[in-house]
Write a protein that binds this ligand. Structure first.
Ligand code: GLN
Length: 478
């Protein structure tokens, strides 16, 4: 039986019916990983032995009992590496569990292995990993998106049942779109960031990659909730996210922002997304024109706010407290500098330099302060739009997966996130779901955006679409 191809829901049914054991699932996945991950390279490390031991003990009466999950390698798991795909943290071992990991363990999940990412989650293609690039399961010459490209690729290639990623400007939704799976970025504050290596603390969120929307709800049920260890976590009730899934999309007000249907967007992406809008209309949803007028500033604002925060957050990697220290330092200052010069890759250095510049005393008001003001305007755009509609629908990415090496200048890479970044700046929630394929058989993703803490309606809208289509059943041939 190909257990690795099944969803959380399907496996849970088989487990409770005692048709299979958690060990059978791990066995099926380990075989699958052995046969395809040499081509995909989604995993940095697979803990097969440990996964079998966890499966042996897994309590299947728990919400994720016996379900193997892959973890992006920037989320701390006690006594395991957490490289952030950086040479600097190559030999670092986490002394504690991130809150999401503690919750997964308490829910009976089996932690299967660690997935590749752009170094410190900076990138949109997983080409910035110090440990080699990940390949898109639908076309090995293409990138899987990023920065959580490893997590998206292993779920799409049936090498994990689900995975966790982080999303600062699109890093869950964009790779989910490019690999053809479901990726959810929760509302800022919904899921604790404690134990996720900080990139831009006012934007980062952890969220799930799954094969279906229902599975996304199942993982959200486990990882969400207030955490006293994390001061941006919000004391908001956690509903059962599966409850509202089947409420139906009749009467749902779907906003279409005109600023998101731009020149330069790939024609096949545009056609697929327009078809999805027509489908919603034909099935009883109300389609409403909305405007998010400050969208054009989102990328500029993001690359000021995110780099400023990154430059502060990454200051701690100096060779003293974490990870590797350069052996070449002649005194302490020289040792910090050599460690950082040798440990960080070029994209990370670019961000640190940009961020230090926008925070420097002469430029702080001109850049950082101004960006914060425009961020307020972006937030207001969404608040206004959500007075008129329940969810907003856009493409996730302006193109399908591109070839590795194709976007060599940083700006063209930054523009790949044009549709996802404003969601983080406004701190609302967003999901990417498959909505078709290009003529060259690459997945296309649809983004739905929900208001603050309105994941229930977001999931309902996504689930409704999923039920009416069978994109979800298509698998890459590997
Ligand atoms: N691609 C964006 C960046 O490079 C977003 C990354 C992310 O969400 N972690 O900053």
């Amino acid at each position: 039986m190909s257990l690795h191809t099944l969803t959380i829901k399907e496996l849970r049914n088989k487990l409770t019916a005692k048709e299979i054991s958690p060990k059978d699932i791990v066995e099926s996945l380990v075989k699958r990983i052995d046969s395809v991950d040499g081509k995909i390279k989604g995993y940095l490390r697979v803990n097969a032995k440990d996964a079998f031991a966890q499966a042996e003990k897994a309590d299947i009466s728990k919400p994720l009992g016996g379900i193997p999950i892959a973890i992006k390698d920037n989320i701390a798991v006690s006594d395991e590496g957490c490289t952030c795909s950086s040479k600097l943290l190559e030999n670092y071992v986490s002394p504690y569990d991130a809150t999401v990991i503690r919750k997964l363990k308490e829910a009976g999940a089996v932690l299967l292995g660690r997935t590749n990412l752009d170094e410190f989650a900076m990138g949109s293609s997983t080409e910035n990993s110090a440990f080699g690039r990940t390949h898109n399961p639908w076309n090995l010459d293409c990138i899987p998106g990023g920065s959580s490209g490893g997590s998206a690729a292993v779920v799409a290639a049936d090498e994990a049942i689900a995975a966790l990623g982080t999303d600062t400007g699109g890093s869950i939704r964009q790779p989910a779109a490019l690999c053809g799976c479901v990726g959810l970025k929760p509302t800022y504050g919904r899921v604790s960031r404690y134990g996720a290596v900080a990139f831009a603390s006012s934007l980062d969120q952890i969220g799930p990659f799954t094969k279906t929307v229902e599975d996304s709800a199942l993982v959200m049920n486990v990882i969400s909730g207030y955490d006293q260890m994390e001061n941006t976590s919000r004391p908001v009730d956690v509903p059962d996210f599966t409850k509202s899934l089947n409420a139906g999309i009749k009467g749902l007000r779907i906003g279409i922002p005109k600023e998101y249907f731009i020149d330069g967007m790939d024609k096949e992406v545009q056609t697929a997304v327009k078809k999805a809008i027509d489908w919603y209309a034909a099935n009883g949803a109300e389609i409403i024109d909305v405007s998010l007028p400050n969208t054009e500033h989102a990328i500029s604002v993001y690359y000021i706010v995110a780099t400023a925060e990154a430059s502060a957050n990454l200051a701690r990697f100096d060779g003293v407290r974490y990870g590797r220290r350069s052996p070449d330092g002649t005194d302490s200052i020289n040792s910090y500098s050599k460690t950082r010069e040798q440990g960080f890759g070029s994209e990370v250095k670019r961000r640190i330099i940009l961020g230090t510049y926008v925070l420097s005393s002469g430029y702080y008001d001109a850049y950082y302060n101004r960006a914060q003001k425009v961020r307020q305007l972006l937030r207001r755009d969404f608040t206004e739009a959500f007075k008129k509609c329940d969810v907003i629908l856009t493409p996730t990415s302006p193109t399908a997966a591109f070839k590795a090496g194709e976007k060599s200048d940083p700006l063209s890479m930054y523009l790949a996130d044009i549709f996802t970044i404003a969601v983080n700046l406004a701190e609302v929630c967003g999901i990417s779901i498959p909505c078709g394929f290009t003529s060259t058989n690459l997945p296309i993703g649809l983004q739905l955006i929900g208001s603050h803490f309105d994941e229930p309606r977001l999931l309902l809208a996504a689930h409704g679409y999923e039920q009416g289509h069978d994109w979800f059943k298509k698998k890459p041939s590997l």
